[in-house]
Design a protein around this ligand. Structure first.
Ligand code: VTB
Length: 320
């Protein structure tokens, strides 16, 4: 993969963030998502790559743009798998809450898991706790392992969990073990990434969220040297069949880093849409928009934060 692709991918997430952040607080999640998707799609057309969407806005008949199987790029350059979430946290933007981001990840063709759109149980930790946790172990054991690995007490740890009724027992177990909890309304990709940055104060992510989001988080954690383990949770016969159709023979199997993102290279970029622990949201003033992004590469482990100032009158269609 070309190193210059990192910069190109930031342009993609910046455009999506600028387009969708305009909808902050308007209570219109579909409009916010549509704006992000359209802006992201337009920038992809300017990038010298031969991309295929493996994680996107839905199947071809469900999504007008960035659907699974769609070809992206200028039809020249490297053949890549592309995973996108133009707006991770549509409800967050609709309400003007924290940690909505625009996300893209790429890897060599065939390297990203074609995760079906269903729930995945997840466990994510940062670099210090890699190899120390096990999605099948009791919650308390995993918390003790993270405490040991990070030199903290279990009482010091912060676990992030999506605030959902299905997590009632998990939340009870974390509380019983003594760790602190951050319950989030949405946005488990951002939360998983936070485990890789000690300054965010987040130590571990537990619980089930979208499987496609799990692959995006895996690319980020691969770049950061962290870890995510997952298990698909097909709930119906149709979901079971969808797993098989996507080449996943044993849906109950624990998915590790190498199952989620194969090979030693991948690139991940995200731009803040609303403010969060890691990224600032988009600010507008007249025709100027400012953005805050992170871009990282697995092969080299380089992590870059980028501030962008965009003169929107010079950028028709947000092609930055
Ligand atoms: C999570 C969350 C996402 O989907 O993956 C969630 O992180 C899972 O679905 O931001 P439920 O809302 O049914 O729990 C999102 O909310 C949207 O993709």
């Amino acid at each position: 993969m070309e190193r210059s692709l990192t910069m190109e991918l930031v342009r993609v997430t910046e455009a999506a963030a600028i387009a969708s952040a305009r909808w902050m607080g308007y209570g219109k999640k579909d409009e916010a998502d549509g704006a992000a998707t359209e802006a992201m799609r337009a920038v992809f057309d300017t990038i010298p790559m031969r991309g295929t969407v493996v994680i996107g806005e839905g199947e071809m008949d469900e999504a007008p743009m960035l659907y699974i199987g769609e070809k992206l790029g200028m039809d020249t350059g490297p053949e890549l798998d592309v995973a996108v979430d133009p707006l991770e946290g549509t409800n967050i933007v609709a309400k003007g809450l924290w940690n909505a981001i625009s996300v893209v990840a790429v890897a060599d063709r065939g390297c990203l898991l074609h995760a079906p759109d269903m729930y995945m149980d997840k466990l994510a930790v940062g670099p210090k706790a890699v190899g120390q946790v096990d999605i099948d172990a009791p919650v308390e054991d995993n918390l003790k392992a993270v405490a040991r690995a990070t030199g903290k007490d279990v009482e010091d740890l912060v676990a992030v969990v999506l605030d959902r009724p299905r997590h009632a027992r998990l939340i009870e177990e974390i509380r019983k073990a003594g760790a602190r909890i951050k319950l989030i309304p949405d946005g488990d990709v951002a939360a998983a990434i936070h485990t890789g940055f000690p300054d965010t104060g987040v130590d571990i992510l537990f619980g089930s969220g979208g499987a496609p989001e799990g692959v995006l988080a895996a690319v980020a954690l691969k770049c950061l040297g962290g870890e995510i383990q997952g298990r698909l949770l097909p709930q119906t016969k149709e979901e079971m069949e969808r797993c098989l159709k996507m080449g996943i023979k044993d849906p109950g199997k624990v998915l590790r880093m190498e199952d989620l993102v194969k090979g030693d290279d991948a690139i991940f970029a995200a731009t803040g849409v609303t403010d969060g622990e890691l990224l600032r949201g988009v600010r507008y003033q007249g025709s100027i928009a400012t953005t805050h992004s992170v871009v990282m590469r697995a092969k080299t482990g380089t992590v870059r934060f980028m501030d962008g100032t965009h003169r929107l009158e010079k950028k028709p269609n947000l092609v930055l």
